[in-house]
Design a protein around this ligand. Structure first.
Ligand code: BF8
Length: 646
């Protein structure tokens, strides 16, 4: 068996194919075209000179893409096909489905995938709380008792006994929501009653987290969901089970375990790596692992071992969303976002990268083989060919974390100084804007923010969220949109890779108010905060849901009446599709910078960008140009203001 897969089992350096040679001029041009971040440019240039393959090189080799796949009209859902809708006499697949149904099913598949990923992450966090409370995982005590009690009250749980008893009851109540027989989720009731009515009328109230994902999978099976409208609508309901269920549980229970984020300052970009330290990058999503690594890195045995090999210490840095979680709570510096994951290795200064799951390139062990980096995979769900597997669970996380850090330290002498390039000057960033932290900054409530919006000093707010996608110049979509919005006095709140893009571009510094319009500058300047607020990881998009729910309740209006919008300028992931759908489902119209694969169906495209507004009072736009995107969002916000008589 092993002989059949030699290329998988031998972990060899992933080189750019020799036919894909770049001249010096081409390298200069490509570096500029591929990313706007200065430190990413420096290391990308090194990658090209080293001949190491990157995501951009692979995209180039995959281009041009299949038109049928890009428009969503290829179907691989059963063994009678595969089919493509090509026009002429081929307007239906073998089973008789047309372009609209194929597009709708493919879209629902993506939403379900994204909702499942977020929610399964949520389940892992809740299980860690449960194990911490019942003695199985003593390294996970409750870190925020106040939040625990607040949530318990919301779930109607008695807080009379010990903290552990409350945590156990709350965790069980949340786990019950994955397959509940009660038929409704608890936290969606945070929205104003009038918004709830809209969801009920549209029939997108989620009945259970697993249930909606399973039903989505059922509906896309051949011969079940045979009506594109019904198939698309199930996507909204599945995404709502993510936003108001799985992701919200992940966010709230991570706060319960590790503390609710508070405002703090840290540093961002590839320059956070240190020449004289053992550098270890934490990549993935779940803080259950990364928080333990932070704890283990402070263990005196570990520190002493690092010194013994001649290093000044251990330097933990974050990547992607687990990095965002650590940045928010612990101020751990962030090396970069999605398209920086390979570059972090290519600096030649990384002793180890420790991953759990989601958004991790399967090629990383092969990139690492060009340098000296060890890739550790840790989750049974996220095993990875070519990595070193160290299984981590809440029961053994501390010991396993120490073990991986020891291996990283022992790898420090293998660093080849000739191959090292660490760009200098990380950018200072103010982070940690949980809703609780925003309230604290405002003196205890969101009222001053609402007043500033009503008075017009702040015209409204936009949540810029989501990924990087090599189809878009790295960070360009996020940064250019954010700059334009703040100039027009629109407050920007950010999560995920978008927020890291802003950090690298200096938009998370309080001094960035100089780029803002007069009113926003005045409000943020008086508070000493930046005009772009870092609200965390992708599951922390639920903090944005809570923010709009509270603002709407305070104003006595529905969420869809607020002068707010969402934007995902560089999205790539099915998780982002689920987020976008629960934003729109909740009542927050959302702009996408990358066209989803729905272009092959005029019906589905019109439904999402137009007709759905009659049902949900919110819709999608697709616009890759930041200038035009800003104009769309600004007009939308002004229309909402006008409708409210502001
Ligand atoms: O969950 S923003 S690239 S890292 S999917 Fe992934 Fe997108 Fe980054 Fe986090 Ni979210």
């Amino acid at each position: 068996m092993a002989d059949e897969y030699p290329e998988i089992l031998s972990v060899e350096c992933l080189r750019r194919p020799s036919k894909q040679e770049y001249t010096k001029e081409e390298m200069d041009q490509k570096v500029e075209e591929r990313t706007i971040d200065r430190t990413s440019q420096i290391v990308l240039r090194k990658a090209m000179e080293d001949g190491t393959d990157t995501v951009w090189d692979r995209l180039e080799r995959q281009t041009p893409h299949c038109k049928f796949c890009s428009e969503g009209v290829s179907c691989q859902r059963c063994a009678m096909g595969p089919c493509r809708i090509m026009g002429g006499d081929r307007t239906r697949g073998v089973c008789g489905n047309d372009a609209h149904l194929i597009v709708a099913r493919n879209l629902l598949d993506w939403v379900a995938m994204g909702a499942a990923a977020h929610s399964d992450h949520g389940r892992d966090v809740v299980e860690a709380v449960l194990k911490g409370a019942t003695g199985g995982a003593p390294d996970y005590p409750v870190g925020d008792v106040e939040k625990l009690n607040r949530l318990a009250k919301e779930y109607g749980i008695d807080t009379g006994g010990t903290t552990q008893q409350t945590a156990e009851r709350l965790a069980l109540a949340m786990l019950d929501e994955f397959g509940t027989v009660r038929g409704e989720l608890q936290m969606i009731k945070r929205v104003p009653a009038a918004s709830l009515e809209v969801y009920k009328k549209a029939d997108i109230m989620p009945r259970g987290i697993d249930r909606e994902v399973v039903e989505a999978m059922h509906r896309i099976h051949m011969g079940v969901g045979n009506d594109p409208y019904g198939v698309v609508m199930q996507g909204f309901r599945a995404s709502m089970s993510d936003g108001w269920g799985g992701s919200m549980q992940a966010m709230e229970m991570s706060d319960v375990l590790f503390g609710t984020p508070e405002i703090k300052t840290s540093r961002v970009n590839l320059g956070v790596l240190k020449k004289d330290h053992v550098n270890v990058a934490l990549h993935g999503h779940n803080p259950v692992l990364s928080e333990m690594l932070v704890k283990a890195a402070a263990d005196p045995d570990i520190v002493a071992r690092a010194k013994k090999v001649g290093a000044a210490g251990i330097n933990l840095v974050g990547l992607c969303c687990t990095g965002n979680e650590l940045l928010m709570r612990k101020g751990v510096p962030q090396a970069g976002n999605h398209l920086d994951q390979e570059l972090t290795i290519i600096t030649g200064a990384l002793e180890a990268m420790i991953v759990d799951y989601q958004c991790i390139f399967p090629s990383l062990p092969f990139t690492a083989a060009c340098y000296h980096t060890i890739i550790f995979s840790t989750s049974p769900k996220g095993t990875m060919a070519g990595s070193e597997y160290v299984e981590v669970s809440p029961e053994n996380a501390y010991q396993q974390s120490k073990l991986m850090l020891e291996r990283a330290i022992d790898n420090y002498p293998n660093r080849n100084e000739q191959k090292v390039l660490i760009p200098d000057e990380p950018v200072e960033s103010m982070v940690g804007f949980s809703v609780e932290a925003i309230k604290k900054a405002l003196g205890g409530s969101l009222k001053p923010l609402l007043d500033a919006i009503v008075s017009g000093k702040i015209r409204g707010a936009v949540g810029i969220v989501g990924c990087n996608n090599p189809h878009i110049r790295h960070d360009y979509g996020h940064v250019e949109l954010a700059k334009r919005l703040i100039k027009r006095d629109i407050l920007v709140v950010e999560t995920g890779c978008a927020s890291i893009a802003s950090g690298k571009a200096g938009l998370l510094k309080p001094s960035a108010i100089e780029m803002a319009g007069k009113g926003l500058k005045e409000v943020c300047g008086s508070l000493g905060i930046p005009p772009v607020l870092h609200m965390g990881s992708c599951v922390d998009n639920t903090r944005i849901l809570n923010l709009v729910a509270e603002l709407a309740s305070m104003a006595g209006v529905r969420i869809d009446q607020l002068p707010v919008a969402g934007a995902a300028p560089e999205w790539y992931s099915p998780k982002a599709v689920s987020i976008a759908e629960y934003f729109v489902g909740t009542g927050v119209s959302t702009l996408l910078g990358v066209m989803p694969r729905i272009g092959g169906s005029p019906f589905v495209t019109k439904m999402l960008t137009d007709d759905i507004e009659h049902l949900l009072n919110a819709k999608f736009w697709v616009e890759p140009d930041p200038s035009k995107a800003c104009a769309i969002l600004f007009d939308h916000i002004e229309q909402k203001r006008q409708a409210l008589g502001m």
